[in-house]
Ligand binder design. Structure first.
Ligand code: ZN
Length: 127
């Protein structure tokens, strides 16, 4: 995973899929979207405007885990939110109302990875 701006990191996996990651202040961790995959490789692909400073991804990014996918899940202190649902447009993160974290219903700027170096560090210096 290498930094392509202070906001985004990029990775290409063994199938040739290209991922872009950004830091989510709601979940306090990075989220990744696939922005390219070779023909014949299955999975969702997001449109990306290729802007590394004011990215737009579409459609929305929906992260579901914990109790959102397993009714028997017991949430513990420090677990990430169950639902994070965002539109990222021109570098602004619109957190939709179904998020179960503090930023639900708000729009926030994308934050630079470097503010959270330890949690998402991969050895690359931020750009
Ligand atoms: Zn999130």
């Amino acid at each position: 995973m290498s930094a392509i701006s202070k906001y985004l990191r990029r990775q290409i996996d063994g199938f040739g899929r290209e991922y872009v990651s950004y830091y989510c202040q709601g979940c306090k961790e990075a989220h990744s979207v696939t922005v390219f995959q070779p023909e014949g490789v299955k999975g969702p692909v997001w449109a990306w405007n290729r802007d590394v400073l004011r990215p737009t991804f579409s459609p929305s990014v929906l992260v579901r885990r914990g109790g959102a996918i397993d009714p028997t899940f017991v949430k513990e202190e420090g677990d990430p939110p169950n639902v994070c649902h965002t539109f990222i447009t021109d570098g602004q993160v619109q957190f939709l109302g179904d998020c179960d974290h503090e930023f639900a219903g708000t729009t926030q700027p994308l934050l630079p990875f470097r503010l959270f170096g330890d949690q998402v560090s991969d050895g690359d210096e931020p750009v």
